[in-house]
Design a binder for this molecule. Structure first.
Ligand SMILES: O=C(O)CCC(=O)C(=O)O
Ligand SMILES: [Fe+2]
Length: 283
């Protein structure tokens, strides 16, 4: 196996070069011990006190997108993390826009039943014929995602896994055939705090854990769109304190409103929604 591909990238130059070449990069220690303790503490409280905010297991993982609404300013610090956000801006050509933010938890009992199929994350607009990658962006991406491991991912644990440079192929079989010798499936393992930054149309999956895994896996998933891309989902929502912030950069970052966000803003914001948002089109 190509050793360079399974390794971590640590400097800004290495991270960006690796992403450009392969469609992803793996960054160790992206979150500090204090940040991990804080996030894991929040997740544990939420799982215990607000289980209704977590969806039922899907492919072995429970999940919630509720944290942004519940703790907007605290979560914004992670969404635009001082260490990782500059890299996100780089691969999205300075056009980064908020798209989706959620937590997932695979229990040890469900580790071996948490396998997904290989897929590309295709935007709502992409499913209707919109572009799913940008050949003019040296970093490929119309959208990028960062998955943070909040727990250690050992050999036995569920692991994010991707096929480098596979974004142009319509199917995984086609990727196998056309990539030939270059076809590789790279499972990513690492300590809590490791971040995987990836172009979302690079084929990827979650490998299931082994039957004897006693750890499970906890993750934070943060998707970003670009000013020149359409909203990624048709459901994500942003609280007023961010979407209507007095701070220009904050308002701009949270300005790519989904259909559901238009409705949410119209129905719940205290300030009037700026007229350039087509809230009148929403039923
Ligand atoms: O949890 C993982 O490792 C991958 C998740 C994923 O690819 C997805 O939800 O689209
Ligand atoms: Fe995915």
């Amino acid at each position: 196996m190509n050793v360079a591909l399974s390794a971590y990238q640590t400097t800004k130059e290495d991270i960006l070069a690796h992403y450009k070449e392969n469609g992803f990069a793996v960054i160790p220690d992206a979150l500090s011990r204090e940040e991990l303790d804080y996030l894991n503490g929040m997740v544990e409280i939420s799982l215990k006190k607000s289980p209704e905010l977590w969806h039922k297991p899907m492919e072995g993982a429970v999940g919630t997108g509720s944290f942004l609404e519940q703790h907007p300013l605290e979560m914004d610090r992670f969404i635009r993390h001082s260490g990782i956000f500059p890299l996100i801006q780089e691969v999205l050509l300075g056009e980064a826009r908020f798209a989706q933010f959620d937590f997932r938890d695979v229990s040890a009992e469900r580790a071996s039943a948490s396998e997904m199929n290989f897929h590309r994350d295709i935007s709502y607009y992409g499913t209707m014929g919109g572009k799913i990658y940008d050949p003019e962006n040296p970093y490929i991406s119309t959208y990028t995602c960062v998955i943070y491991y909040l727990s250690d991912v050992h050999e036995c644990c569920p692991a994010f896994c991707l096929v480098p440079n596979s974004h142009t192929y319509a199917t995984l079989d086609e990727a196998k055939e056309k990539l030939g010798e270059a076809y590789q499936e790279i499972p990513i393992r690492g300590k809590a705090g490791t971040a995987v930054l990836y172009n979302i149309t690079t084929y990827h999956t979650r490998k299931g854990g082994r039957d004897d895994c006693t750890h499970g896996r906890r993750t934070m998933h943060n998707y970003h769109s670009r000013a020149t891309s359409y909203p990624l989902t048709n459901w994500a929502t942003v609280p007023e304190v961010l979407a209507m912030s007095e701070d220009h950069d904050t308002r701009l970052f949270y300005s790519q409103w989904t259909p559901n966000q238009l409705k949410y803003a119209r129905d719940t914001y205290s300030k009037p929604v700026p007229p350039y948002y087509p809230v009148h089109m929403i039923k």
